[in-house]
Design a protein around this ligand. Sequence first.
Ligand code: AMP
Length: 366
Amino acid sequence: MRVAIFGCGQLARMLALASWPLNVRFSFLVEPGENTDCVQGLGTIVERPAGADAQQLYAALGHPDVITVEKEAVDTTLLQALSAHCAVHPNATAVYESQNRRREKMRLDALGIPSTPHAFASDAASLKAAADKLGFPLVVKAAEHGYDGKNQWRIADSAALDAFLQQQPQGDWVVEAFIRFQCEVSLLAARSATGEIRLYPAVLNHHVHGILRSSIAPAQGVEPAWIERMQQHLIRLLEHWQYVGVIAMECFVIDGGLVVNELAPRVHNSGHWTQQAAVTCQFENHVRAILGLPLGNTDTAITSAMLNLIGVNATPQQALGAYTTLHWYNKTVRPGRKVGHINIRHPEREQVLAILQQLEQQFYPA
Ligand code: AMP
């Protein structure tokens, strides 16, 4: 079986590494000049041929059984056109709606799924109206091309709003109330082409400067009924979209329940712990799902944690210990760049937390 992936970053790498043992082979669609270090040796790398139509691209990708994505910023018109030649999972509609924060919020609203209080704005008048509706402080997010805290601005008061508008008088923004959340959790699920759905345990996430630093799974201290309610919403969304593959729903825990911060229609950084601690990891389950194979069990019997290695210059093998596993992405280290992660698993939760703390001090001494 052959899977083609739009993209060639660490998620593509880990999808391929997890699924080679299933005898699945890969091709990767990359943009001209894009760095392909992460997927070297893992399949055929296809530079998007200029002017090629969907038929030619399908042939260049080696006539895959299914095409999938490892990122949201993809050409969904092309995805739609490719679906005439083979299965495309997740489908173009799900990717189209979730690649734009405005469309994503509209979908959540239409399905009655609670998300952060929000308004849409494009100029001074609509931004000020949004501020009147939501109150300060605010978070202004570009509708597209924002991830890991990029292209989003915290606005403390009306003076800061005026200063922001001086810099950017117009845009396509989703404006959110700044949420003083208790904690952040993400919910991951897999839905197979056969309709089978499996949910991973909720994950507790810790962000630094808008980028995920670490995750602990399963999340503790969050009312199970709140998690269950949001999982039911996630299932409804999957069924609405007829979604196939793994999806992540990032949520804030507030008084009385969970609200969605954002969706990721793909395998997700907050699911990396599953590589060592779930019966079936998110990468294998994504590939099983899109190929219509039976999903693997998503339970975990122990506590685990994941620490991202972001811009670290240390020798990564320093991370290895009796209870730690290293996943290095074969990237050149640059400040702010995710270059690997460490998974920690231990039968005792306290030990997992202690090792996480010790590694965090080692790799982020400041
Ligand atoms: P995002 O790119 O939307 O996932 O945001 C990155 C991180 O910024 C989140 O994980 C939160 O830690 C923080 N953040 C985003 N939106 C809000 C908000 N409305 N209120 C408070 N913090 C936020």
